[in-house]
Structures are given as C-alpha cells and as structure tokens.
Ligand binder design. Structure first.
Ligand SMILES: *Cc1c(COP(=O)(O)O)cnc(C)c1O
Length: 369
C-alpha cells in the first residue's frame, strides 16, 4: 500500500483540457501581466467570497503584508495573531514593521481564543489577524465584537479556507480585509505562486492596487513607494478554471472528513477535529492529535501512509523570532499541539476506499500498539 499525502497531478489531470485551453488563450492574448484574465478572476473570486473587491497579488504572504501596509500599520504598532499558525502570518506583520503579539488558541477548535485576545490588547494594538486554521473559520463574531470595542482592524488569514463558511457567511468577507494564498497545495491552488486580498472597503482596495504595482495606477505616475506583487495572467487563467471546481472539490473533502471522524472517534488517545455548530470548514487539512505522535507517524509510514505535521515548530520557538526570547513554556497550548498534531491524507482526489485503509491502520494500531 502506498498512500501519498496529496496528489497535485490528479487535480490537474481532471481538468487538463480546460487548463490547456486557458494556456492557449493566454499565449495568443499577447498580454501577460495585469490584463483581462486577472480582471475576470478578481471579479469571479470577489463574487464567490461575497465581497465587493478582490485584488490579485503575488502570494499569500504579500496579501497579508500589503493589507497591513494599506492600513498604515507599521513601526511601533502591535498586531494580535494566533501563536499556532504557519509562520507566514507572523512574517507579514514583521515585514510591515509591526510587532506580532501571539495569543493561545482554543483547545478544541485550534483557532484563536477570543478570551485570550482581550488580555493581550495594549495601547499599541492596531489589529487582530485571525487565521482560519486547517480550513475551519475562526469565531469571527466574537473577534469583531472585541475589535469594535477597542477600535481595532480585523484581518482574516484565509490562506487555508477558500470557500469555508461562518454562520453561513463566506470567509474573506468577515473582517476589514482578508488575505488568500493560491500556493499549489491550497484548496484553491495555482500552478505556481499566487494570492489575493478581498475586502468591502473601496479605499483599501485602491491602496492595495497601488501597493502591488510600484505605487502606480497610471504608468510612471508613482503615488507611493509600492512593491511588485501581482497575480500573473497565466495563473489567473488557471485559477478561473479551478474556481469552477472548488465547491465540488471542497464537498468531497467534507465527505472524507466526516468518514474519518466516524471511523476514528472511538479510538482511545486519538483526538479527532472538533467542529462548532456555526462552522462549515473546507478541510484544507485533517488534523488529529495523539500523545505519542512521532511513533504513530512512523507506524503509518511503515504501512505506506504519508502524513505531515502542521506545524512542528511554533513561530515563537523558531530561529526567525529568537530575538524575542520566548522560551519553551511561553505558549504551552501551542507547544503541546506542535508535539501532538498529525495531518492525515485528505484531498479532492482521494477515494473513500483509501481513507478507509488509513482508518483501518489506525484502528488496528491503537488496539495493538
Ligand atoms: C500558505 C499560508 C500562507 C502563505 O501563503 P503563500 O502563498 O505561501 O505566501 C499564510 N498563512 C497561512 C495560514 C498559510 O497556510
């Protein structure tokens, strides 16, 4: 048995003809940056997220970084961020010149715990950057309520959650602005790097438009010191093809997740994901917990099953943030998660049968091991 974590080629092959056609159209257009494909994708993705504006950018990190810049958040400012996230969420804050202020997650949902946000707020706090981790929306009403009371901006890191819903509303529309990544492994992935900002704030959208293109709307008129971070025409063309499949692919992920949960719930020591009633996750990752995670991972590997860890080193313990001198024990919930989480295979092109094989291996292991 050989079960890979994610088969990216399979999703390309399913839509091969449409991708080929998009590529042919792209070549013949004679226009390769900031053109019609990007405009069309931006309109389609804005509509999908139920927001007024979408601005394509170079990647997910840039999307978050440019949002912070556009909000004039920088040196001397603090931004509240989950302690347990992919380091890119923190890097966006650091690159804007601001300081990430980590807070611990809720122990059941793994998303930022609103109760912990409030105690972390200081006179320097400017924004809350919430992450919809593993594809499950954070508790946005509680977050927005706190933000309103303290006059803070709310930014969503939606890099893992394309299409997820919170109380029926799509992520990307739940704060002042949201950053998406189209890195190939994401639920909506390009065939290369890509990202986007979504927002209902027209002024902010205008500023992101400037920032992604050297600070200029009109060639050679540079209003501000901008960056070069655009979503390529070719990637936009591919993303249009894939956006049309996103709901179908997410629905398949959901079926697999439900199947896993059903099969794995009663296994001792193994903790399956918890889904609050208001959340409609898109299962970017299916993350279980086990006190002897490394041994379990090794056992799966021997059985031919790939698994991954998201994430083995929390940002506060990474060398990149050594200057803050957060020692072990600074964020115990996050640190324990990093020791115990394990992501099992889930993707639009894995079958129920394969998931059943993984579940059976886990069932047998925990009876004998
Ligand atoms: C992937 C990811 C990012 C960064 O996206 P890139 O396109 O790789 O820059 C940011 N935040 C989270 C939570 C991610 O999973």
């Amino acid at each position: 048995m050989k079960i890979s974590f994610l088969d990216l080629k399979a999703s390309c092959l399913e839509i091969r003809q449409e991708l080929d056609e998009a590529y042919r159209k792209f070549i013949e257009s004679g226009w390769y940056i900031l053109g019609q494909e990007l405009e069309a994708f931006e309109a389609e993705f804005a509509s999908y997220c139920n927001v007024q504006h979408c601005i394509g950018v170079g990647n997910g990190l840039d999307a978050l970084h440019l949002i912070l810049r556009a909000m004039n958040i920088g040196l001397g400012d603090e931004v509240i961020v989950p302690a347990n996230t992919y380091i890119a969420t923190w890097l966006a804050i650091s690159h804007a010149g601001a300081t990430p202020v980590p807070v611990e997650p809720n122990e059941k949902t793994y998303n930022i715990e609103p109760k912990n946000i409030e105690v972390a707020i200081t006179s320097k706090t400017k924004a809350i950057l919430a992450v919809h981790l593993y594809g499950q929306p954070a508790d946005m009403d509680s977050i927005n309520e706190i933000a309103a009371r303290y006059e803070l901006k709310v930014i969503e890191d939606a890099a893992q959650a394309h299409g997820a819903r919170y109380k029926g509303r799509r992520v990307g529309s739940l704060g002042d602005a949201a950053g998406f990544s189209f890195y190939p492994t994401k639920n909506l992935g390009a065939l290369g790097d890509g990202g986007a900002v979504t927002t209902n704030d027209g002024e902010l959208a205008d500023k992101i438009n400037l920032l992604r293109n050297y600070g200029s709307h009109v060639k050679y008129l540079n209003e501000i010191k901008g960056f070069n971070s655009r979503l390529d025409e070719l990637q936009a063309a591919f993303l249009r093809v894939k956006l049309a499949k996103l709901d179908k692919w997410n629905a398949h992920r959901e079926e697999l997740a439900k199947y896993y949960i059903d099969k794995l719930t009663d296994i001792t020591e193994l903790m399956v994901p918890f889904v609050p009633t208001w959340a409609e996750p898109v299962w970017h990752l299916f993350v279980v917990r086990h006190p002897k995670r490394d041994i379990l991972k090794q056992h799966l590997k021997i059985c031919g099953i790939d698994s991954l860890i998201h994430y083995p080193i929390p940002p506060h313990l990474s060398d990149a943030y050594a200057e803050n001198q957060w020692g072990i024990g600074s964020f115990p919930i996050t640190e324990q998660m990093s020791q115990e989480v394990l992501s099992l295979p889930i993707s639009p092109h894995i079958t129920h049968k394969t998931i059943n094989n993984v579940a059976e291996v886990l069932q047998v292991y925990t009876k004998t091991g």
